[in-house]
Ligand binder design. Structure first.
Ligand code: AMP
Length: 399
């Protein structure tokens, strides 16, 4: 990596502002899923062990620039304290005099979590004065929030101009390392599996993958219906982006021209739109009639896609194969979770990104067999599409 790393910084006795991604689900005032908090622990421990005074900052949810109690990070401070086995102080705000006093009270090895950055509208506006105020709390800056690195906000971009040094945290480094290797130097056969609701979110990634000579792209989820409709198939009432039919045709053409195999489902689980609760069945794609809605890939497609992964050496997966959060429509996504885990068992580098696919590998009980589970959704896609992430660009270059 050509950016400074936390390992390049002299942390002893320094006030270190660590931008983390603690955007976790909170239920009844408790952390419901702590994956993202755990992912930041190595950086926090690393800084503490070297005598840093650690100031943690994050966003949580979309409070839209106002204080909203349900988006308070306070429950995260308690949770983190349990994970670290040491107290984590909490500041009721992220800027202001009271926060400064809390920072002044820190001794080497202490950890302080600031309140939600997005309680201030200036955060998402990348406001210069606000960024400067955040920077005023610290000597050094570390960005470990890969999941927020595709946004140029005060805490991910602006702040870096006002600190002595700005480097990447251990999680950020790991993400850039794995994703960078996949995009720059993949071992072939290289297979990408894409799903989810929209083609529009993934056009840039698909084009970048084709340009980088991915060998196969497997498409599931609602995205597939835009491709089917573009080919003139009947998709019934399945979700389609009607303004992306031409895009789908262009993608198909450029895949063909580049010798990239584009695989679509051959069967799917459908329901009748007039009786959705009692009509679930699996049918071949070409049997779809006007009243049906496709909500998951079928078993035959899972088998085809699994077969396409047999000799894969690199696999990336982003996006569910169906409405997997609803009971009865999770089988396709869970099937693919098992298939990618088996590819990893055969020695392939397997990267899973995006909230839903990550949830699926966890639900399928195969998370520990995956080479790298990316904590980013949008950031992972933008990085794979070849875009420079503002939160990475803002860090200091290695000399
Ligand atoms: P995305 O944010 O684009 O990755 O899309 C994720 C969403 O796509 C999930 O909430 C799924 O429920 C949804 N999805 C996947 N397949 C389908 C489908 N066949 N019909 C409707 N929604 C779908």
């Amino acid at each position: 990596m050509d950016k400074l790393s936390i390992k390049d910084l002299d942390l002893k006795g320094q006030r270190v502002f660590v931008r983390v991604d603690f955007n976790v689900p909170i239920k009844d005032g408790r952390v419901d899923d702590d994956t993202r908090i755990r992912a930041a622990v190595p950086t926090i421990e690393y800084a503490r062990e070297r005598g840093a005074r650690v100031i943690l900052a994050s966003h949580l949810g979309r409070p839209k620039g106002a204080r909203v109690d349900k988006y308070s990070l306070r429950p995260v401070a308690d949770h983190l304290s349990n994970l670290l086995g040491q107290p984590v102080a909490f500041a009721e705000d992220c800027v202001g005099e009271a926060v400064k006093s809390k920072v002044d009270a820190l001794v080497d090895g202490d950890v302080l979590l600031l309140e939600n950055l997005r309680f201030h509208p200036e955060e998402e506006k990348n406001d210069e004065a606000f960024a400067k105020e955040l920077a005023g709390l610290c000597d050094l800056y570390v960005n470990d929030a890969f999941g927020a690195a595709h946004r140029a906000h005060a805490s991910t971009a602006g702040i870096t101009k006002h600190v002595r040094q700005a480097g990447a945290g251990l999680l950020m480094e790991k993400e850039l390392d794995y994703l960078g290797r996949v995009i720059n130097n993949p071992e072939h056969p290289f297979v990408a599996i894409l799903g989810g609701a929209k083609v529009s979110d993934k056009i840039a990634v698909i084009n970048a993958l084709i340009a980088r000579r991915v060998d196969k792209i497997l498409i599931g989820g609602a995205m597939a219906y835009t491709f089917f409709k573009a080919e003139g198939f009947t998709v019934g009432k399945s979700l389609v982006e009607v303004d992306k039919l031409e895009t789908a045709r262009e993608i198909k053409k450029s895949a063909e021209a580049a010798g990239v195999e584009l695989l679509l489902p051959t069967d799917h689980q459908v329901v009748d739109s007039y009786d959705p609760l009692n009509s679930r069945k699996t049918i071949p794609i070409e049997f779809t009639n006007a009243g049906l809605v496709g909500l998951d890939i079928g078993a035959e497609t899972v088998a085809h896609f699994s077969q396409a992964l047999q000799d894969a050496r690199t696999v990336i997966w982003n996006g569910p194969m169906g409405v997997f959060e609803e009971k009865g429509f999770e089988e396709g996504t869970v099937g693919i979770a098992h298939a990618v885990a088996e590819a990893a068992d055969r020695g392939a580098t397997v990267i899973v990104g995006g909230g839903d696919s990550v949830a699926a590998v966890t639900q399928a009980g195969v998370a520990d067999r995956i080479t790298h589970i990316s904590t980013g959704g949008g950031a992972t896609l933008e990085f794979l599409a070849g875009d420079e992430l503002p939160g990475v660009a803002a860090l200091n270059d290695k000399k």
